[in-house]
Design a protein. Structure first.
Lengths: 616, 334, 189
């Protein structure tokens, strides 16, 4: 095997664009995912701003309806698939191998491939703006509106093709992280010693593997209906258009948990660290996460209570939906119990974590309100639901991810962020969330349906909408301290050291940023909170030169590595393969003359990959 | 959370609540005027108050915890506590009990609102959703109309829902919840209105470009008003004596208007657009979007795409004079 | 970096198992759609008029035999028997190709009888379901062809038998899926 020998000099990277294009290192791929996902987040955020501008007053003519419909479609699609998912996978990439004591993921090249197809999928989707207009059927893309008869433009083709392309990468990522966590744990890292973030990454990977295929098939049906006139959703041919909704939500509801469980995982690691107490009820928190994921597959019809599926179906799925409140509540109570009796330090990661606990409760409770099917009949497809899921996705996912961002930033970069600016960022985001979305509970119940580019005067919705629009601009303001903070860290951030937060898990045992090979020596894990249970060397005589008294050896990694460490070579085949698939995808719109070269390029990528003399 | 932001939060909330309580809300789910809507409303408030209780308890404990256990300069390293079985059982069982308290009335309500009405309905209306307007048919009364339905107060109305194109959702919040119009299916919703008035409704399932402009009105009449409305609407269109109006009639009948619209009593028998036999008696035009007056009618006829982008009605290229005549004619169709 | 794994299962093999788990959901969705839409055709030709069960039984048998060939191929590679490896790998791929040819004949017969992709719900669901499976078989054939070339060049030593084993896992899975499809499409009425 010809592999790079990263020995004593091995902590450093080669520079240049080429090194990023060919990297297979999970830490660099994490950064790629994070940057790309964050840019998509900003774009989708701006789309949200434009939506709010249009709705600032009734019967506004700022945006025309076609463009408005494209905006809300792209806002939702981008946030879920090209901002939320990649940001989560960025954290998986950076943190999971470090938390389990591995030197990389199970399939480093597959990991790079996942990133490139995600990126190409996103770029392809946004290309639609320049080629005939973006998709305008909603991120949920309900048939038959999105069929060729009612959506003859190519917008929905971009939607279908880009999601199919990105979906390949997502499923590959699911395989990768599931196998990584199953197979690459350091000796002694049993399942019940895994940090909660890794646990949730494991659960989410399983969710991805089980939830994405039905969606893929739904997209294939839609593609075929649009391009080859198949009849999967054609009511006149005897088909049931509701099939799309079933396929979409069988995926779509687990997708919600794909987005939220990693945030729960972050918080379950952050709260113990900043309370200086181990997680309260560790096994209960783990199993409640598994239970949420499992039950997530049995509740999809609660998105369809108004479709007229009958009392029995609605009763069963309403009941199942209510049950999910129990494991979610258990998590909340365990987090509070972790803080109880602790010594809470209100650092930025902890502010966002506490913010999550506090605001997720609101989203959870409004969720219970529409878990009751009759109550939901007044709430579904109104701004009440918009309020609900933004509380869950911003108060949950975004707060969780920002908590993780402030928590692991010192590890990723080796620099500290300013606490003052971090706090400003938190409070502004918290304010923006509540000012924007709390009024939507009212506007929804008072009769404002979703996905409407305008609303009539005389409905009494003016004030609520104006307040929401003001809130949306506070979100923009909230990014100012974040940007300043990054700038400050780049110019004069204090060095972080291996473990700036006095955290307990393995990622804090090596220097920050971690060397290329992560672990100079693969650690032996003896407990859940490794760094809080330093290893006592029985043969060691206590002496004045000890880093800590009493013969206690802190579990820090030696630096430099005592022996050379073999790491996989960089490879450009993942990029070639992803490019091949991108060309095939483009062929979906441009015809066989593009598909054929795309397939050829794909095979070049596949064979180049298969015969490259490396492993992974 | 510091005290100042709490005060601000309280003030903001109070502001929103006062906003929501006063004022006119013709499309509100919180102001029910039928047995159906009242059932949903009752269930909502039941869950709401449970939710408020849970909210206060959880946030209270959370805020107490973070204040009481904040790190102080003299804080010692906290005692590691790994769990507590009784507590875990407690906060599993307590929410479960609350959910049972919610689930029982929920299921009772489901079996009322998702089943057909117990007794025979007094009025049956067929609703056909189209991009972006509503067709209403009264099969027992032989009436076809659009975007505005009249029903008698205190009687059970059975609404049968179908779609001619894409998904729509029928929603008149003060009379009932949403029910989708699905191609290839017939859904239903029923309710007994208890107050006279004009209630606003709107399509609640995204249905394309002008989804936002697919409104409707449900007008609950006294029994005698309803009977008068029925009698009027069963009759064909009135013949025109006014000169301007009869010129307008000619404009209508000699243009492509007739290929999409029906005016009973004339040779206009088109099926694609709304039935205009009694359009002059409606409160609004263009599916609840514009008040029905001469100015708005002229605006609609001159440039329908400006009022409702993407709809099927083309700009007919009529002269101003023709539009004026046509408006006069349509206004006589009462 | 590939020391002993936590589960004891080789990492790539575990990856294939995981992928197969995901594929199960893929086919489950296709099969559910096929079943939901069974008997809801508005126009003919109807499946019972066209499905040629004896013919498909033969190609099914061929595909099942290919699984046996795959087992023999793996055994040969593991024992380092180069000529036997070449033979059995070739036979596996060949049987796969025969199955695909049978599918091609069946498809063109249907189209010839007026049952194109967009004719009715049966044709839409049938072609997409069996077509997805056929694409899996085709992918497997290409994979086997690649392995065959490796074996020809003498690069398929017993140490690399894991690669063949993983290809075998995939191949057996695709066969098992066909047994389900055969039962559901042709046998269950």
């Amino acid at each position: 095997m010809s592999q790079t020998s990263s020995g004593h000099e091995g902590g450093t990277y080669a520079g240049g664009v080429w090194s990023w294009l060919t990297t297979v290192d999970h830490k660099r791929i994490a950064i790629l995912y994070f940057v790309a996902g964050f840019i998509f987040l900003l774009i989708a955020g701006m789309e949200g701003q434009m939506i709010r501008l249009q709705l600032a007053r009734p019967e506004n003519r700022l945006l025309d309806p076609e463009f408005y419909n494209q905006l809300f479609t792209m806002h939702g699609t981008t946030m879920v698939f090209f901002a939320g998912m990649p940001l989560i996978i960025a954290f998986f990439n950076f943190v999971v191998p470090l938390q389990i004591g591995a030197r990389d993921v199970a399939f480093p090249r597959l990991n790079a491939f996942s990133f490139w197809v995600f990126l190409f999928g996103g770029l392809f989707l946004y290309a639609s703006f320049f080629f005939g207009g973006a998709p305008d059927g909603g991120w949920f893309a309900y048939m038959p509106l999105t069929g060729s008869q009612y959506s003859p433009r190519t917008g929905m083709d971009f939607y279908v093709l880009s999601l199919l392309l990105a979906g390949i990468g997502t499923i590959a990522g699911g395989v990768n992280f599931l196998v990584t966590i199953l197979n690459l744990r350091a000796p002694g890292m049993s399942f019940m010693r895994m940090p909660l973030f890794t646990w949730m990454a494991f659960v989410v990977s399983a969710l991805i593997l089980l939830a994405f295929p039905p969606f893929t098939i739904g997209l294939v049906f839609m593609l075929f209906d649009r391009m080859f006139d198949t009849l999967f959703f054609n009511a006149a041919a005897g088909a049931d258009p509701l099939l799309w909704q079933h396929l979409f939500w069988v995926f779509g509801h687990p997708e919600v948990y794909i987005l939220i469980l990693p945030a729960f995982g972050v918080v379950s690691d952050v709260i113990p660290t900043f309370s200086k107490k181990p997680l309260f009820g560790y096994p209960v928190v783990v199993f409640s996460g598994i239970l949420i994921a499992f039950m997530g597959f049995g509740v999809w019809v609660h998105h369809m209570f108004s479709t007229g599926l009958g009392p029995i179906v609605n009763a069963v799925f309403g009941g199942a939906t209510m049950l999910i409140a129990i494991p979610t509540g258990i998590k909340i109570f365990n987090w509070i119990a972790t803080m109880w009796g602790g010594a809470i330090r209100f650092k930025a990661p902890m502010l966002f974590a506490i913010g999550l606990v506090g605001t997720f409760v609101i989203g959870g409770l409004s969720g219970v309100m529409h878990s009751s099917p009759p109550s939901d009949l007044q709430q579904t497809d109104t701004y009440f639901v918009v309020a609900h899921f933004h509380y869950v996705l911003i108060g949950g996912t975004v707060f969780g991810l920002f908590s993780g961002f402030y928590y692991w930033f010192p590890k990723v970069t080796g620099r500290m962020l300013s606490e003052r600016l971090g706090a400003a960022h938190f409070w502004l985001t918290f304010l923006a969330l509540n000012v924007t979305f709390f009024p939507m509970h009212f506007s929804g119940l008072l009769g404002m349906p979703r996905r409407t580019f305008t609303y009539a005067e005389g409905l009494g919705l003016e004030t609520f909408n104006l307040v929401s629009t003001i809130g949306a601009f506070i979100f923009t303001l909230a990014f100012v301290p974040l940007v300043l903070n990054l700038w400050r860290a780049w110019r004069r951030g204090e060095p972080a050291g291996p473990n700036p937060w006095d955290a307990a898990t393995l990622e804090w045992t090596m220097s920050s940023p971690p060397p290329h090979y992560n672990f100079a020596v693969i650690p032996e894990v003896e407990s859940r909170d490794s760094l809080w249970h330093p290893h006592v060397d029985p043969g060691h005589e206590p002496g004045a030169g000890d880093p800590e008294p009493g013969g206690v050896i802190p579990r820090l990694q030696p630096d430099p590595a005592p022996e050379p460490v073999h790491m996989p070579n960089p490879s450009f085949w993942p990029l070639i393969l992803a490019l091949g698939l991108l060309v095939v995808t483009m062929g979906g719109l441009l015809g066989l003359r593009v598909v054929i070269p795309g397939v050829l390029l794909t095979f070049v990528g596949l064979f180049g990959w298969a015969f490259e003399p490396t492993e992974g | 959370m510091n005290r100042r932001s709490l005060t601000l939060l309280g003030l903001g909330l109070a502001f929103l609540v006062t906003q929501a309580c006063g004022g006119e809300y013709p499309q509100s789910a919180l102001h029910p005027t039928s047995d159906f809507a009242e059932r949903l409303d009752g269930l909502f408030w039941l869950i709401f108050w449970w939710a408020v209780g849970v909210f206060v308890v959880v946030e209270g404990i959370l805020i107490y915890t973070i204040i009481r256990f904040r790190a102080r300069p003299d804080s010692e390293r906290p005692k590691p506590v790994h769990g507590h079985t009784i507590l875990e059982l407690g906060w599993t069982i307590a929410p479960a009990l609350i959910l049972v308290a919610i689930a029982i009335p929920t299921i009772q309500t489901i079996f009322v609102v998702d089943n057909p009405p117990a007794e025979e309905a007094d009025v049956t209306i067929e609703v056909i959703g189209r991009q972006w307007w509503w067709e209403f048919r009264y099969p027992d009364l032989g009436i076809v109309t659009a975007n505005e339905a009249h029903v008698p107060v205190g009687q059970t109305v059975d609404v049968r829902l179908r779609s001619a194109d894409v998904l729509h959702s029928f929603w008149v919040p003060r009379l009932g919840g949403k029910r989708d119009l699905v191609p290839g299916r017939e859904n239903f919703i029923w309710f007994r209105p208890d107050s006279i008035g004009v209630f606003w409704g709107q399509c609640a399932e995204y249905c394309g470009t002008s989804h936002a402009l697919m409104s409707l009105r449900f007008i609950v009449d006294s029994e005698s008003d309803f009977d008068a409305w029925v009698a009027n609407n069963q009759a064909p269109a009135v013949t025109q004596s006014d000169r301007l109006a009869s010129q307008g009639r000619n404009v209508f009948l000699n243009n492509a208007c007739i290929s999409c619209h029906t005016i009973r009593g004339t040779n206009a028998q088109g099926q694609l657009g709304p039935d205009l036999t009694h359009v002059g008696s409606r409160l609004t035009i263009a599916a609840g979007v514009l008040d029905n007056n001469a100015e708005n009618l002229a605006r609609w006829i001159s440039d329908p795409q400006d009022v409702k982008p993407g709809n099927l009605m083309p700009n007919m290229g009529l002269t101003e004079q023709q539009v004026e005549q046509l408006v006069a004619y349509l206004q006589t169709l009462r | 970096m590939h020391g002993p794994t936590s589960t004891g299962i080789p990492t790539r093999k575990l990856g294939m198992w995981t992928f197969i788990g995901s594929e199960c959901m893929l086919f489950a969705t296709l099969i559910s759609t096929f079943l939901i839409y069974r008997g809801r055709n508005v126009v003919g030709p109807y499946p019972e008029e066209l499905l040629n069960i004896p013919f498909i039984t033969v190609t099914t048998f061929v595909l099942l035999m290919s699984s046996l060939m795959m087992v023999l191929a793996l055994a040969a590679v593991q024992r380092g028997q180069r000529r036997a490896s070449l033979l059995w790998l070739f036979m596996t791929a060949l049987f796969g190709l025969i199955f695909l040819t049978g599918q091609y004949i069946e498809f063109s017969h249907f189209v010839h009888e007026g049952l194109g992709l967009s004719r009715n719900l049966f044709s839409s669901t049938f072609f997409v379901l069996t077509g997805t499976h056929g694409a899996h078989v085709a992918g497997g054939v290409i994979w086997l062809g690649t392995l065959w070339i490796l074996a020809l060049r003498g690069r398929l030593s017993p140490e690399r038998a894991e690669t063949v084993e993983i290809a075998g896992l995939y191949w057996h899975f695709v066969d098992v899926v066909w047994i389900v499809l055969f039962t559901i499409i042709y046998l269950l009425r």
